[in-house]
Design a protein around this ligand. Structure first.
Ligand SMILES: [Zn+2]
Length: 512
C-alpha cells in the first residue's frame, strides 16, 4: 500500500542556506513561466473578431480538441505552443516511432511541443548560462514546471482558481528514484538529496519495509525543514467488515464545548490550541508586535518568524491531539457512525443586514467571526480524516449520516423541538427525558445508521462501551470510508480496492 511519511530534516548551516537559495530561484522560475504563458494567451487573443492564422500551430478546443486557425495556449489542453522560444527548433517535438517487432526506428514524428515541454527545454539551456539555475538539480526544475501544469489543469478541469504569482514558495519536489536513503539507525537516518548532499533526519518508523520510494517533497514550515515521502510499503489494507457483521458501533458528535461526544457517554475535551484565552492573547500580542515594526525592516522579519514558529507549534499540537482522539474512537467499536457536516458552509461570513436607507443594521458579524475561528481551531474535518484512515487500516466501516435534527430530537419519544436543548443539557418537553445534549446527539446518530439497541438494559447498560447488535435493518446509506489526502497521510486509490468498488456502485445508483 502507498502512504505518505513525514520526517524532520536536520540540515547543517550551509545546506540550509542552499535550500533557502533554491526556493528563491524556484519561485522566480515558476513566476516567470506563468507570466510567459499568460502573456502568450493575452497577446494572441487581442483581436477576437478577426481570424488570425498563427505561424506556430493552432488553437484546440478543450472538449472536442478540434483545431482552429488561431492560438489559445491557455485553453488548449493539447497545448500546442503556449510559449514561443527564441530558438524555434525548441518548439518542435520529435518522437521516434519504433517498430514493435524488430524494435528499429522506422520514422520520426514531429509535432509542436506543449508549453511546459518548451519551457523545460529552455530551462535546461538556461542552466548553462545562469549559475543560480545550474546549482539546482535539473529534475527539481522540471518538477517545478510540471507543478505549474497541474495548477493549470486544476483551473480548467477541476474548477479551481487561475494560477497565481507566488510571493513565497515553501516546497519543491524530487522525482521518484532520485532521493536515496542510507545509514538507517534506530532514531535517525540519512537522505541523499541530489544537488544538496546527505542530510540527517529524525526517524520514528521502520524504514526497512519500504518497497519503493516515490516522489519526495522538501518543505519549509515554521522555520524547520521536513521531508515528505510517498512510499510503497509491504502489506495491504484489510477488507472493510460489512455493517451487518459488526457487533458494536460507536456514534460521534463533534462540538465546541466538548470536542467529541461518544455514544458510550465519554467525551474528548476541546483543547482550543489557538483560541484558548492564554494563547489567543499571546498570538494577538505577537501580531501587534509585527504591525508596530517598520515595513521591510529586519526587526519586522524577526517578529514574523517568531509568530510563524508559534503557530507551527500549535498546529503540531492540534495534529498530535487529533491522532489521539481518533485512535481512541476507532478502538471503541467495530463500526463508527458520524454526522455529515458541511464545515465550509458553517464557517461562512455573517450576511449583511440592510436597513432600507442605504445603510446597514447590526448583524453580529464580529461574533460570527469569533465563532468561525473557534470552529476552525477545533479541526473537525481533520479529525474525520484521521478516523477514516485509522478505520481503513483496521478494516472498520465509517458510516456518514445526515446531521438533520440530531440535537433536537428526543431519543425516547421522537419529539423534535428547538426548546428541547438548553446549553449542554437536553430536556424533552413531551416526556421529560433528560441527558447530556452532545451524548444524546451521538446516540441519535447511531440510531440513524439503523442498528437497534437491545431493550433489556439490566444486562447491558446503554453506557457500556460494547453495544451488542440485536437487529439489523436495511439501510438507506452505504457504509463508506472517507480517506482524503488532506491529513498527514494520503492513500493511493489504486491500492484500496474497496473504495474503487464503492465508487462504481455509487456511479450506478446516483440516488445514493
Ligand atoms: Zn421525549
Amino acid at each position: 500500500m502507498q502512504v505518505r511519511w513525514n520526517f524532520k530534516l536536520l540540515p547543517n548551516q550551509s545546506q540550509e542556506a542552499t535550500l533557502e537559495e533554491w526556493l528563491v530561484t524556484l519561485r522566480k522560475h515558476r513566476n516567470y513561466a506563468l507570466r510567459e504563458r499568460t502573456e502568450g494567451f493575452e497577446f494572441n487573443n487581442k483581436d477576437l473578431d478577426s481570424i488570425v492564422a498563427y505561424a506556430y500551430g493552432s488553437y484546440c478546443e478543450i472538449d472536442s480538441k478540434v483545431e482552429y486557425g488561431s492560438c489559445c495556449p491557455l485553453a488548449c489542453l493539447v497545448l500546442t505552443h503556449g510559449v514561443i522560444p527564441q530558438n524555434l527548433e525548441l518548439a518542435i517535438k520529435k518522437s521516434k516511432i519504433k517498430d514493435k517487432k524488430t524494435k528499429e526506428i522506422i520514422a520520426v514524428n514531429t509535432d509542436w511541443d506543449s508549453a511546459s515541454g518548451i519551457q523545460m527545454k529552455v530551462t535546461t539551456q538556461l542552466r548553462k548560462s545562469l549559475d543560480a539555475f545550474a546549482s539546482i538539480d535539473s529534475d527539481v526544475l522540471q518538477r517545478n514546471i510540471a507543478k505549474l501544469d497541474t495548477a493549470f489543469t486544476n483551473f480548467f478541469k477541476n474548477g479551481r482558481g487561475y494560477p497565481q504569482f507566488i510571493k513565497r514558495l515553501d516546497s519543491f519536489e524530487y522525482k521518484p528514484g532520485r532521493v536515496l536513503l542510507s545509514n538507517i539507525k534506530k532514531n535517525y537516518a540519512t537522505a541523499y538529496l541530489p544537488g544538496i548532499g546527505n542530510i540527517k533526519f529524525h526517524n520514528s518508523r521502520d524504514l526497512s519495509i519500504i518497497e519503493d520510494l516515490r516522489t519526495c517533497t522538501i518543505k519549509r514550515d515554521g522555520g524547520s525543514w521536513y521531508i515528505s515521502m510517498l512510499v510503497n510499503i509491504a502489506g495491504a489494507l484489510p477488507d472493510i467488515k460489512p455493517l451487518g457483521e459488526c457487533q458494536s458501533i460507536v456514534g460521534i458528535d463533534v462540538g465546541i464545548n466538548k470536542l467529541v461526544a461518544l455514544s458510550d457517554g465519554s467525551f474528548a475535551e476541546n483543547k482550543r490550541p489557538e483560541t484558548n484565552i492564554r494563547t489567543a492573547r499571546r498570538l494577538s500580542m505577537r501580531q501587534r508586535a509585527i504591525s508596530r515594526k517598520t515595513k521591510g525592516s529586519k526587526n519586522k522579519l524577526k517578529a514574523i518568524k517568531k509568530l510563524a514558529k508559534q503557530k507551527h507549534k500549535l498546529t503540531q499540537y492540534r495534529n498530535g491531539y487529533g491522532w489521539q482522539v481518533a485512535s481512541t474512537i476507532v478502538k471503541k467499536a467495530d463500526a463508527i457512525a458520524r454526522e455529515g457536516l458541511r464545515i465550509k458552509n458553517m464557517i461562512k461570513r455573517a450576511k449583511p443586514k440592510h436597513d432600507g436607507k442605504g445603510g446597514y443594521k447590526r448583524n453580529g458579524a464580529s461574533r460570527k467571526t469569533g465563532l468561525n475561528r473557534v470552529i476552525q481551531d477545533a479541526g473537525w474535518g481533520d479529525i474525520f480524516n484521521k478516523i477514516a484512515w485509522l478505520a481503513l487500516k483496521a478494516g472498520k466501516p465509517v458510516v456518514e449520516v445526515q446531521a438533520l435534527y440530531t440535537s433536537q430530537e428526543c431519543p425516547k419519544c421522537g419529539h423534535v423541538d428547538k426548546k428541547n436543548r438548553e446549553g449542554d443539557k437536553f430536556l424533552c418537553r413531551e416526556c421529560n427525558y433528560t441527558e447530556h445534549a452532545d451524548t444524546k446527539a451521538s446516540r441519535i446518530i447511531v440510531r440513524k445508521v439503523g442498528l437497534v439497541f437491545p431493550s433489556n438494559k439490566k444486562t447491558l447498560p446503554a453506557d457500556c462501551g460494547k453495544v451488542t447488535l440485536s437487529r439489523y435493518q436495511s439501510l438507506g446509506i452505504e457504509a463508506k470510508n472517507h480517506a482524503l489526502g488532506i491529513a498527514n497521510i494520503s492513500i493511493s486509490y489504486s491500492t484500496v480496492g474497496y473504495l474503487r468498488d464503492k465508487a462504481e456502485t455509487l456511479k450506478q445508483s446516483p440516488s445514493l
